[in-house]
Design a protein around this ligand. Sequence first.
Ligand code: GLU
Length: 501
Amino acid sequence: MSSSVRVRFAPSPTGPLHIGGVRTALYNYLFARKMGGTFILRIEDTDQTRFVPGAEQYILDSLAWLGISPDEGVGAAGPHAPYRQSERKELYKAYADQLIREEKAYYAFDTSEELDAMRTMFESKGSAFQYNALTRVKLRNSLALPAAEVQALLDVNTPYVIRLKVPAKGEIRFQDSVRDWVHVHTSSIDDKVLMKSDGMPTYHLANVVDDHIMEITHVIRGEEWLPSAPLHILLYQAFGWTAPQFAHLPLLLKPEGNGKLSKRDADLGGFPVFPMEWTDPLTGAVSKGFKQEGYLPEATLNFLAFLGWNPGTEQELFNLTELVDAFSLERINKAGAKFDVNKAKWFNEQYLKQQAPELLAKEYLGHLPSEQGLAFVSLFLDRITFPQELSTLVAAFIESPSTYDEAVIQNKWNAEAEKGLRLLADALPKVGVWQADEIKHAIHECLEAAGIKMGKVMQILRVALSGNGAGPDLMISMQLWGKDQVVERLSAALQAFPQNS
Ligand code: GLU
């Protein structure tokens, strides 16, 4: 099914894409797929002062890692190319000129010094300066100055900006898919700059013009853009275009829920807020990424989908196809979404269990014979959050213990336990087939014959063999260590453990 729904993700390449931006991209992707529409990537790079090399590639790589690459736009072809705003510069001027001709916008020649002076004057009277219907009549612009003077200024190339002539009176209303009706009075909006003096459009003009030309039907973006939406509506009205349907996504909040999630929270909490690792090209500082931390793309997607949306059922695990089926703009929450990294970890654990064990063994335990690698994967899989933990756990598992859990020794090491361990040290070398069930059987038999309860010995046996008081299935562990190792470790422990009086 193909429909006319067209959505866009429109990031500015000013640094690494924040995880909130990835969520915006994901919701756009899900909505496009759900509606049989098109997902477009447009790069909003008109602010050249904030351009960061590598940021655009980072955006493409992050979307590709998650499997939500655009259908159209930067990184794909499309009928409205180019999709980088810096390559569309010429186009915006014509639209600004159209508004000038129709007297919906005007030239403003005020220098920054003049505007600063205005601001200071207003502040001294305890109010804030706004360039608007009340003040514009007293400023240096084509609405206030005589036509001949305006022409003279233009003739000598006096620098100017183009500003939108925001009506003095009027109400702007629009229905947002998430926030429902939004009403704003035009008097609260200033005459925003549309074209800067360097001939570049501002975000507002370029964004609205491109959304119109690219036939965007739904604008799904972060809540931080909600204050700009009334101005955008005014621009659509000024051009005589139909505005797209807006959906402003809830903020991502700190783990504790008070305030916006920041990179500082991430640094303090030791968790990533970027999809992939990012090295700052200026400072060389490295920021953690979900990918490098060991989050699986499926888990990251599932986690992000639930940051501000819910399916209305108890189901929590959704793969991308299921998310597409379940997604709707109506079920996006208004309230901010707490970024709970423990939830992200939980999702990762669930998806890790769904991975093909052969692949995990190959990737993380490739140095071992494949059968052994597989055995380790099944031994440790439900004890890990991130796949790379397999390598460290296995490396530690293979090493003979150099220390023993003191607390367990204090509690459990007594004459009876010692007797049990000594009996096992005799019995285990005689086990015929060194296999978990056989080992278990031999241990049972040996302890039972001596009238010693399993519970008196098993934890101390684990400490003797691994050094730790807890760990994965002990019988399978013993099988994997091999008979010689077990016998050797047991006698080393009997030497090392304190004397029982
Ligand atoms: N370039 C804006 C950003 O960086 C786009 C906002 C929008 O989607 O309209 O988020």
